[in-house]
Design a protein. Structure first.
Length: 168
């Protein structure tokens, strides 16, 4: 299940060596415009990036989760007071980050909403919307979120994928 606050990085540590920010072997990020076509752009960016990295059989899982995280950021992360009035170019962008360590990959999506992500219950899967975090929870090895403090505002929602090692 997703977590927040000080426990948000706990799934990144479970059963794996501690994360050393200097040990990131690959990282890529992109700003996505505040429009739904950006989901396709995020998938294309992810496919290109993962095509250069060795992520084993997690490729499709990561692409699906990125699509869901970006969709949620666009659907729920745009400030509601400006959504109907401002042209797409004036909405703050959503930012996608991909970071790979030897044994894990993290996808993180930053939006400008302070609202916490709320997963839909598994028994409510037939609902028209709200399945995104259920899918994230199903395909990723862990996920969570963390609010930004100060003038930045907003939050980052992330998903963790364990990667096969050379020994596996």
């Amino acid at each position: 299940m997703g977590t927040n606050g000080s426990t948000m990085l706990e799934p990144l540590r479970q059963g794996l060596p501690p994360l050393d920010p200097a040990a990131v072997s690959d990282a890529a990020s992109c700003a996505l415009p505040a429009r739904y076509e950006a989901v396709r752009e995020a998938r294309q960016f992810t496919r290109r990036t993962l095509g250069q990295w060795d992520v084993g059989d997690r490729f499709d899982d990561v692409c699906l989760v990125v699509s869901e995280l970006v969709t949620n950021a666009l659907r729920h992360g745009l400030p509601s007071d400006c959504a109907p009035r401002l042209p797409h170019e004036q909405h703050p962008p959503v930012r996608l980050h991909l970071m790979r360590w030897t044994e894990r990959l993290v996808c993180a999506v930053r939006d400008h909403s302070d609202d916490s992500p709320l997963p839909r219950e598994a028994d409510d899967f037939a609902a028209e919307c709200g399945r995104g975090l259920f899918l994230v929870d199903s395909f990723a090895d862990g996920w969570g979120w963390h609010p930004f403090a100060g003038t930045l505002g907003g939050k980052v929602v992330w998903a963790l994928f364990r990667l096969p090692t050379a020994d596996e």
